[in-house]
Design a protein around this ligand. Structure first.
Ligand code: NAD
Length: 488
């Protein structure tokens, strides 16, 4: 069992390549800001194409020995990563909260979930089974699951350590070496993960972390013919670019993109139960969640009551700096605030009625990127605010008249990531769940973020391929069939 570290997490601000921590080849630095104040809290190495190439080369050199380790030993090392994350959990959560602006308790959850990914896949490694297929007579085929080799991972800023763990833990479990490019807005905990993995016994070169600008470092990784698989978590437009780049080299791609996920409230729903969950589903991480519950589709008979209760819940929301653990923290950047405000403008123009919020917020003494929790009623299903990902604390309320109507409205966006159905009738719940075009459906719950065991990924423009769960073993392996023609 690898020992766990008890030293406090030093801020890692340089690249983690081949087990060493070093500046970018170009010497470039990127500023990282605290979204609550706008102040620069760190300057990290700005990796470029040269650094990404070195990381790929390091992965290529290290991967055969990693894949050749006894699976149980690979598993032990991944579980040691989980131990190291837990040993540094307080520091990692403080860093994550400062870097992203998210409430500290959310950051703590994210760090805990990151550890769970390494524990889960560290435990699964022994069941990386293939199949045997009986053929004629004694003839037999083996279907083997093999690692790709070097996998590229490009991640988003909204749940940095959680997504980094989600995408690399199964890839490492399967025997791949990883090159991970975190988002430039919030790279700190991903760098820490790269450094602590080395301490936990993951060999040098097996997990490389290279923060850098998307259009340079990210684009170079996506267009590289030297990687064997690419996993991308981010926005739809970037996903298209990344997939196009990978297609030129015929690289397999997993895309985890955005969503416009609804809570469907049928006429027999329990509002006592659903209102707090619907509120959290949109306000968690200030709405900057791929699976944010950004639409409420409510049966006409419950519309007025739901709206009133949601407005009351929004009224009680406490804004503040992430480190003070408020209900609602700042958005990631000034640009994100402008984007959210432009959605509110178009919501009004499209006939929406702002019931609560609707503007930027001021929080005592802080010059950060705050927006009020915002409730918009009378939203038409075709309105921009109902169709596109806002990525802010903005809940659109839409009305339906039947279960079929609810399903039609729920599916009438380009996305299909997650959906919740609120009803007291399990038959209705199942009927609706089966009809929805959605990667996950929750009945009387909304599970954004949780459940490392549950396959996760989108229908339609929310992406394809699956992360999480046993399913991710398939994502990060390729299949080889070996047949035996047995001499009689
Ligand atoms: P983004 O698409 O702007 O950036 C994502 C990553 O891509 C970053 O690391 C960025 O540097 C990189 N990038 C940017 N341009 C690139 C290019 N030309 N080539 C290669 N890489 C490039 O997304 P974001 O703003 O960081 O994150 C928000 C988006 O991510 C939202 O749409 C959200 O729904 C989505 N997201 C999805 C999931 C999921 O699991 N489905 C999880 C989290 C976030």
């Amino acid at each position: 069992m690898a020992q766990t570290s008890t030293r406090p997490a030093e801020l890692v601000v340089d690249l983690v390549i081949d087990g060493a921590i070093r500046p970018a080849a170009s010497g470039e630095r990127l500023e990282v800001r605290d979204p609550a104040t706008g102040e620069v809290v760190a300057e990290v190495a700005g990796g470029g194409p040269d650094d990404v190439q070195q990381a790929i080369d390091a992965g290529r050199a290290a991967q055969p020995a990693w894949a050749g380790l006894e699976p149980a030993e690979r598993g032990r090392r991944l579980r040691a990563v989980a131990d190291h994350i837990r040993a540094l959990a307080d520091d990692l959560a403080l860093t994550e909260s400062t870097d992203t602006g998210k409430p500290l308790s959310q950051a703590r959850t994210d760090v805990a979930v990151a550890a769970e990914y390494f524990e889960f896949y560290g435990g699964l490694v022994d069941i990386l089974y293939g199949d045997t297929v009986p053929l004629r007579g004694d003839d037999l085929a083996l279907v083997l699951r093999e690692p790709y080799g070097v996998t590229g991972h490009i991640t988003a800023w909204n749940y940095p350590i959680q997504i980094a763990a989600r995408t690399t833990a199964p890839a490492l479990m399967a025997g791949n070496a990883c090159v991970l490019k975190p988002a430039e807005e919030a790279p700190l905990t991903t760098l820490a993960l790269g450094a602590l993995a080395v301490e936990a016994g993951v060999p040098a070169g097996v997990l490389n972390v290279v923060p850098g600008i998307g259009e340079t470092a990210g684009a170079y990784l996506a267009a590289s013919d030297d990687i064997d698989h690419l996993s991308f978590t981010g926005g739809l437009d970037t996903g298209r670019l990344v997939m196009t780049a990978a297609a030129r080299n015929v690289k397999p791609v997993t895309l985890e993109l955005g969503g416009k996920s609804p809570n469907i409230v049928l006429d027999d729903a329990d509002l006592d139960r659903s209102v707090p969950v619907i509120t959290k589903a949109i306000l968690q991480n200030a709405g900057q969640t791929c699976s944010a519950g950004s639409r409420a589709i409510v049966h006409r008979s419950l519309h007025a009551e739901l709206l009133e209760r949601l407005a009351a819940a929004f009224e009680g929301v406490r804004l503040g700096r992430g480190l003070d653990d408020p209900d609602l923290g700042p958005l990631i950047s000034a640009a994100q605030v402008e984007r959210v405000l432009s959605f509110l403008q178009s919501a009004r123009a499209d006939g929406g009625r702002i019931v609560f919020g609707g503007d930027r917020a001021t929080v005592d003494g802080l010059d950060g990127y705050f927006v009020q929790p915002t409730l918009v009623d009378a939203v038409h299903p075709d309105a921009r605010v109902a169709q596109e990902e806002v990525f802010g604390p903005v809940l659109s309320v839409l009305v339906c008249d039947s279960d079929a109507d609810a399903v039609e409205i729920a599916d009438a966006t380009p996305y299909g990531l997650v959906t919740a159905v609120w009803t007291s009738d399990i038959d209705r719940a199942l009927r609706v769940a089966r009809r929805l075009k959605s990667g996950q459906v929750f009945v009387n719950a909304f599970g954004a973020g949780g459940g490392v065991q549950l396959p996760f990924g989108g229908y339609k423009h929310s992406g394809f391929g699956r992360e999480k769960g046993v399913e991710a073993m398939r994502t990060y392996t390729q299949t080889k069939t070996v047949t035996f023609d047995v001499h009689q």
